[in-house]
Design a protein. Structure first.
Length: 214
């Protein structure tokens, strides 16, 4: 029998929040211990909790307290807490900013309920979840030192810069090369990891220890 994983959820739409809770508790391996309408209330309830939950689920767009600030505050005050961002935002910069703030996973609200379960179990077990990487079993691959891709110094530099808000044009300027050259580094890194997005590249960098999240 799977262990019970304690969850805190911050979602400003009550119907959506209740729906997610119903789905989670229906699986039998999750228990929702904290409900909040926004980031500020979430922080208050976490501070007042006798026992912290295992995983926090939060949206990006919520009233009151900026979700990025809330994730950052959680990471600074409760380093052991894991965070899954469940949202409708799918822009790469939003995803990367959330990972930089300290999120452990990112999932769209239109996902299949089974994927939500798998995401939470993956975060609890491995510390991270990102759907593109999960579909390729990349987490297991980057953990195995025998099959970690051999990256050039320029590819490593690119991966680290992808964890910023810089555009590829700005990255090229910072690296002192042309945009076409950066595109070549990117394609090469994508091919070595078997991925297709900047966000996945950032997560790979985190998993390999090239990028550190406070």
């Amino acid at each position: 029998m799977e262990p019970i994983i304690s969850i805190a959820i911050a979602e400003d739409q009550e119907m959506m929040r209740k729906f997610i809770i119903e789905i989670l508790e229906g699986f039998g391996c999750f228990r929702v211990a904290i409900e909040a309408e926004h980031g500020a209330e979430l922080l208050q309830k976490l501070a007042a909790a006798e026992t912290l939950p295992d995983i926090v689920i939060t949206d990006i767009s919520m009233p009151g307290h900026d979700a990025y600030d809330a994730v950052d505050a959680i990471r600074k005050q409760w380093k052991e807490l894991k965070i899954l961002v469940l949202t409708m935002h799918k822009h790469e910069f939003a995803v990367i900013k959330m990972f930089r703030s300290g999120a452990n996973g990112y999932l769209l609200k239109n996902c299949n309920p089974k994927e939500l379960k798998n995401a939470l179990l993956s975060i609890q077990d491995t510390g991270y979840y990102f759907s593109e990487i999960a579909s390729l079993n990349l987490f297991n691959r980057v953990k195995d030192s025998n099959i970690i891709p051999e990256l050039t110094a320029k590819e490593i530099q690119l991966i680290k810069l992808c964890h910023t808000d810089l555009t590829y044009k700005q990255i090229a300027k910072k690296m002192g090369v042309s945009e076409n050259t950066v595109a070549g580094y990117r394609v090469s890194a994508f091919r070595k990891f078997g991925i297709t997005s900047r966000t996945a590249l950032v997560v790979c960098g985190i998993q390999m220890g090239l990028i550190f999240v406070d």
